[in-house]
Write a protein that binds this ligand. Structure first.
Ligand code: R5P
Length: 310
């Protein structure tokens, strides 16, 4: 039986990297979570089949939920296969919910002869069948609009991350580790009535030594929340935290949307003196005494309702 939610019928299709998130979204929308049959052929190619037998008529909206880390290449192919299998079954639209989009940092040509990886990812998602793409805190939202030729929505989350840090910090300074993350810091700080700044990297032309200092404000005796989109190797955050503490900051908490935490990233961040990491489940992650995880389910559902109801 097809469950009808707020006058539209929906079906949720889980990708392997986001089964728990998809299950929660389906549960809260009172929509069926469809089974996906998977197999790998002897030569390594993958096969998927969405089990539409569970529902008798095609849904208005198919919602494919997956995230592109870990195993970004496999998970990308799986997402394309799911979208391609889903779109003929939707009478109104197929929605791709992909909280973390891999390859998002290669969003322009830095050197001649490179590929614009993000353009490839976004155009493939669209041609596989995604009419609407919902993501979270993509590295560069302007580029998302440029390369996804359907409806795209980027959920801003830095305010929720910083809000969660307030219980650990006293009147914190919201700090971006570089100019690229400044919009995230500004957005959160303005929403929460806090001060914000970003770190500027400078290299001594004689000694070659790199220094990192806030552009405008002093961090001495301040509690700091460093905000960024991605933690990959942890290098950026560890350096920023270390410099803050060396320059007299009292306490540093890190708020980052996508925690890839490659290799010993976590250890690096802890060693740099960070008190807490606040992140989201855009990528599957376990909560610990050091890591607090913000669940994206509700913000994604709100966005889904907005795109469905216009
Ligand atoms: C860079 O532009 C991003 O916003 C992150 O700061 C960066 O990807 C973090 O990488 P890592 O953790 O390896 O320093």
């Amino acid at each position: 039986m097809l469950v009808v939610t707020d006058s539209y019928s929906l079906a949720v299709i889980p990708g392997s990297n986001a089964y728990n998130l998809a299950r929660k979204i389906a549960g809260k929308l009172n929509a069926p979570l469809l089974d996906v049959h998977r197999k790998t052929f002897p030569d390594g190619e993958n096969y998927i089949r969405i089990d539409y037998e569970k529902i008798t008529v095609s849904p208005d909206y198919n919602i494919v939920v997956n995230t592109l880390y870990p195993r970004q290449n496999d998970s990308f192919i799986e997402t394309l296969l799911l979208l391609n299998a889903a779109y003929p079954e939707a009478s109104k639209a197929t929605i791709a919910v992909i909280p973390y989009i891999a390859y998002s940092r290669q969003d322009k040509l830095f050197l001649r002869g490179e590929s614009i990886s993000l353009e490839v990812i976004l155009s493939c998602l669209r041609s596989a069948g995604a009419d609407i793409l919902i993501t979270v805190d993509v590295h560069n939202p302007i580029i998302l609009k440029r390369y996804f030729k359907g409806i795209s929505k980027n959920i801003l989350i830095s305010d929720l991350l910083v809000k969660a840090s307030l219980k650990y910090l006293d009147n914190p300074l919201v700090l971006a580790p570089d100019k690229g993350a400044l919009n995230r810091a500004r957005y959160a700080a303005l929403k929460l009535g806090l001060e914000f700044d970003y770190l500027v990297k400078q290299r001594d032309r004689i000694t070659g030594e790199v220094s990192l200092a806030p552009k405008e404000l002093s961090i001495r005796e301040r509690d700091i929340v460093i905000i960024d989109d991605i933690i990959s190797t942890g290098g950026t955050i560890a350096l920023a935290a270390k410099k803050c503490l060396e320059n007299g900051a009292r306490k540093v908490v890190v708020a980052a949307t996508h925690s890839l935490l490659v290799g010993n990233a976590l250890e690096k961040i802890r060693k740099a003196g960070v008190n807490k990491l606040i992140t989201t489940n855009s990528i599957p992650i376990e909560e610990t005494d050091f890591i607090e995880v913000i669940d994206l389910c509700d913000v994604i559902i709100n966005e889904l309702k907005r795109v469905i109801h216009g």
